[in-house]
Design a binder for this molecule. Structure first.
Ligand SMILES: Nc1nc2c(ncn2[C@@H]2O[C@H](COP(=O)(O)O)[C@@H](O)[C@H]2O)c(=O)[nH]1
Ligand SMILES: [Mn+2]
Length: 353
């Protein structure tokens, strides 16, 4: 039985944090200062600085969730009274378009690495373009962190409003994933047979950092919750672990083969939207989280198992259905939000990392 009105909490979160293609109609009060702070620390190139001057959307998207597998969750810790606020989102449109821009810059050089997955454009780190990319990529990473922090602030104040309890922010965990950073690496050099130590740019795609003692988050799906883990610093994985359960099937296949009733049944007891537009995110479309954790027991140890109470996802409502539907306990209509561009244009610029 819920002690606090969790429906109210779901409503407050959905009212305060824009999802899918929506932005804040007015930038948050701290957005301008935050963007200036990011630029002071990670000097954007002329390309990105010009966009920051021109595109008000960058400020308005600070504190917004996005769509796809991005989520906001109120979760509880198995075997304790604790409730956690969790969210998954990234650098939004500015990150996506900046990455595409440099991909094109690299592509224009006409050099590509060829592999099983096709060809990959690349820039040499020491080249001018490579250095520009690193600057703007780090700017976008900082934006992603601030985006999450902004949403967490909005979420924590919503929880406080409903429960009268303030979150313990000293225990906050931030985990980037699908990112790149320079790290001191110890590795075996196959050419010389020696163990070397060197600063290298490590890209983690589908992975997150798991240094010894470092806290991390491994989410499963909207129906099964997540794990808080502690890294073991395994050298064989470049001190990394998986950053989620991962999908077993494409979004198109999920929508085709998962019956709507099965999706709704798997979400029973969780306050969430089970609109058919979210079915590609159904738990049935993801791997077994317990097995994923077992498979990487040498990379991380489990600190907490977290189970979902409230889940919020971004999705595009179809037809006349205008409110989020809760799987089991009634319905809630989110407040109106301004859409700034045509859906088609926005869809083109969307990303699901
Ligand atoms: N706890 C939740 N986990 C979720 C949800 N939707 C997806 N997921 C998991 O997160 C990762 C995210 O990784 P990404 O690289 O695909 O962004 C994904 O693999 C799922 O395992 C959710 O609503 N709640
Ligand atoms: Mn992601």
């Amino acid at each position: 039985m819920y002690v606090y009105p969790v429906f109210k909490l779901q409503g407050l979160i959905k009212d305060r944090i824009p999802t899918s293609f929506e932005s804040h109609s007015q930038q948050l009060s701290w957005a301008k200062g935050t963007l200036q702070d990011i630029s002071r620390e990670h000097h954007p190139t002329d390309y990105l600085a010009a966009r920051l001057d021109r595109e008000t959307k960058i400020a308005k998207q600070l504190g917004t969730l996005g769509g796809g597998n991005h989520f906001i969750e109120v979760v509880y810790s198995e075997g304790s009274e604790q409730v956690w606020c969790m969210l998954h989102s990234g650098s939004r449109n500015v990150g996506n378009t900046t990455a595409s821009f440099y991909d094109q810059v690299a592509g224009n050089r006409g050099v590509a690495l060829r592999g099983h997955a096709g060809s990959l454009n690349y820039l040499e780190i020491d080249s001018a373009d490579g250095q520009d990319y690193l600057k703007d990529m780090q700017w976008c990473q900082a934006y992603a962190r601030e985006n999450r922090r902004s949403m967490l602030d909005l979420m924590v104040s919503s929880v406080e409003e409903v429960t009268g309890k303030r979150a313990d922010m000293s225990r906050a965990v931030n985990a980037h994933h699908n990112f790149c950073q320079c790290e001191k690496c110890r590795f075996y050099d196959h050419k010389t047979g020696a163990v070397k130590e060197k600063d290298l740019w490590v890209t983690r795609k589908g992975a997150t950092s798991a240094r010894a003692g470092q806290y991390g988050i491994i989410p499963g799906s909207m129906g099964v919750g997540s794990y808080i883990v502690k890294g073991r610093g395994a050298r064989g994985s470049w001190q990394s672990c998986s950053h989620g359960a991962g999908r077993t099937m494409s979004r198109t296949r999920a929508k085709k083969i998962i019956p709507q009733e099965d999706f709704e049944a798997s979400m029973r007891g969780i306050i969430c939207d089970t609109d058919p537009a979210v079915r590609d995110e159904a738990p049935q479309a993801y791997k077994d989280l317990g097995q994923v954790l077992k498979n990487q027991a040498d990379l991380v140890e489990v600190e907490h198992r977290l189970l979902p109470l409230v889940n919020v996802k971004g999705f595009e409502e179809k037809g006349s259905f205008s409110g989020g539907r809760s799987s089991s306990r009634g319905s809630f209509s989110p407040g109106g939000r301004k859409r700034s561009k045509s859906k088609k244009k926005q869809r083109k610029a969307s990303r699901r990392t």
